[in-house]
Design a protein around this ligand. Structure first.
Ligand SMILES: Cc1cc2nc3c(=O)[nH]c(=O)nc-3n(C[C@H](O)[C@H](O)[C@H](O)COP(=O)(O)OP(=O)(O)OC[C@H]3O[C@@H](n4cnc5c(N)ncnc54)[C@H](O)[C@@H]3O)c2cc1C
Length: 490
């Protein structure tokens, strides 16, 4: 008998679900309230594809090795199509800092640590074009999901379909199961609450707002080399990042702490955004008008939180036929660039659970358990780092602030030991980048004695002996930046 799965949402998680779940004997119907991508090339899709359902669509995105590996291992044709569409593979060797680039030779495992540089629209456009060619996969655009169709079977709550409005007409679509890939604002916790499902949605603050502007390299100009000021930096009161992309595009994101009320209002103005970039050498070597021209306004986005949702929680009724993945399952601070990889990981976990677990009541708990094992360690470290970043941003506002001994030690460990040690040692850099790409749990590298030894030795090395391993200053101090912009410091 043919099984029917509805995937609610055609964002990155929904697309990966369609790709991972498609198999003979199964229909996968992907619903999304947005219109389909126009029949254009990726370049036009960036400017013209209306995607109200994905607020972050035109914010900077980078795609980590874990996502790249899942695509390459499972969908080689998609990988070829992405590269043909202008998306770029940046290998571990390509991304090395200048201090390590010269001595680099390939080692097995490096091939897993490639970034994909692409605008999010380019990735999504090509991924969707590919997914809809898979047997059994159907996309239904302009389909607004209004809620689940729910049956009570004994103590269990069973999802048997969705109520959907397609082109203004409401109908019921039945399915054997529903995958919630409706993203960060999923309404399923509210829709399921009347059936006794309590879903913890306690947010953990990311503490920042995102401001992104896209640029195109001018004719005859290339991207700057890797030997100058770095393309990303954290100044405490602001973070910047250059996101190289496809087809001679790149974007620049400024992440401004929520408490920097004046600065975050000001940077929405293109001229202030450009002025801020001009004050940070690592940004300006990209955005200066000789090299590139801006092609969009400044996009701003707030309400950035991390949330871990759990449906198969103690005390909840058994939930059947319902599988949340992607941001609908857990949201993370965008700064870490992990959301799309997480959606893809969970799509593959779900496909495995459906294949391996025959008892329906065990499937959702198993999916949540496997997600926890794979992703929770990253989530916990991230939440701690975000708390520290929020404290740092608060302290930046207090000119009289003197860090305590413990804070000074932690800062020195990062600035004088881990940073220089990794920039001076290829083996350590390799091990640091594996968790960065979500290929290995986040703190494993620190437990290895050889790494600890390298870090401690670097810490003990006088500053002047390791001067070449420090990064240049990212930009002005807060007071100077605000004064230059004509903003109040408090
Ligand atoms: C500013 C910002 C920058 C980011 N940068 C990165 C990055 O660099 N790298 C990275 O990996 N991740 C990044 N992320 C995270 C990433 O964007 C998300 O994790 C990812 O989009 C989640 O995919 P998703 O499919 O779960 O949700 P979405 O991509 O948000 O898709 C949800 C889909 O569901 C549809 N939908 C919602 N409700 C309904 C409904 N009722 N009916 C029908 N359809 C519905 C929407 O139209 C949409 O298509 C960033 C996030 C933000 C906010």
């Amino acid at each position: 008998m043919t099984e029917t799965l509805i995937v609610a949402g055609a964002g990155i998680a929904g697309l990966n679900a369609a790709m991972a779940l498609a198999k003979p004997g199964r229909n996968v119907i992907v619903l999304d309230r947005d219109p389909p991508p126009p029949d254009l090339d990726p370049e036009q899709a960036f400017y013209e594809w209306e995607r109200k359902g994905v607020t972050q669509l035109r914010h900077s995105h980078v795609f980590l090795g874990r996502l790249v590996k899942l695509i390459r291992d499972n969908h080689p044709r998609l990988w070829t199509e992405l590269l043909a569409g202008g998306a770029r593979e940046i290998t571990f060797g390509d991304a090395l800092p200048p201090t390590l680039a010269a001595e680099y030779t390939f080692k097995p495992g490096d091939e897993d640590m490639s970034f994909l540089f692409s605008r999010r629209t380019t990735l999504e456009f090509i991924m969707r074009r590919y997914a809809q060619t898979l047997p059994g996969v159907t996309f239904v655009p302009n389909a607004g999901i209004r809620g689940p169709v729910v049956e009570k079977r004994g103590d269990a709550v069973v999802i048997t379909g969705l109520t959907v409005t397609i082109d203004g007409e409401e109908s019921v679509m039945s399915a054997d199961a529903v995958v919630d890939a409706t993203g960060r604002e999923t309404q399923f916790p509210d829709w399921l609450a009347p059936y006794g499902l309590k879903v913890d949605q306690t947010p953990r603050p990311a503490g920042i707002l995102y401001f992104t502007r896209h640029y195109r390299l001018r004719d005859g100009q290339d991207e700057p080399g890797r030997d100058g000021a770095p393309g990303a930096g954290d100044l405490g009161y602001i973070k910047y990042g250059v996101f190289a992309a496809d087809n001679r595009h790149f974007s620049l994101t400024l992440a401004v702490p929520e408490i920097e009320t004046e600065l975050r209002t000001a940077v929405m103005k293109p001229e202030v955004f450009d002025q801020v970039c001009a004050l940070m050498p690592g940004a300006y070597r990209w955005t200066n008008t000789e090299r590139a021209e801006p092609v969009t306004k400044v996009f701003g986005m707030g309400n950035l939180k991390s949330v871990w949702r759990r449906y198969a929680a103690p005390g909840n009724p058994t939930l059947l036929g319902f599988y949340p993945i992607g941001d609908a399952s857990l949201r993370t601070n965008p700064l870490y660039g992990r959301g799309c990889s997480i959606g893809a990981i969970q799509a593959h976990l779900l496909a495995k659970v459906l294949d391996e677990v025959s008892e329906p009541e065990k499937r959702l708990p198993e999916l949540e358990k496997r997600s926890f094992t794979e992703i929770r360690p990253f989530y916990d470290v991230m939440v701690k780092q975000d708390e520290q970043a929020i404290r740092r941003a608060e302290n930046e506002q207090n000119p009289a602030y003197k860090p305590r001994f413990k804070a000074r030690v932690v800062k020195s460990l990062l600035d004088d030991a881990i940073g220089p040690a990794s920039r001076g040692n290829l083996a350590l850099m390799r091990q640091l980048m594996r968790p960065f790409h979500m290929l290995e749990e986040p703190s494993g590298w620190l437990k290895r004695p050889a790494n600890l030894w390298r870090i401690l030795r670097t810490w003990a090395t006088p500053r002047s002996w390791k001067a070449n391993l420090y990064q240049p200053k990212f930009g002005p101090e807060r007071a100077e930046m605000l004064q230059t912009l004509g903003l109040k410091a408090s």
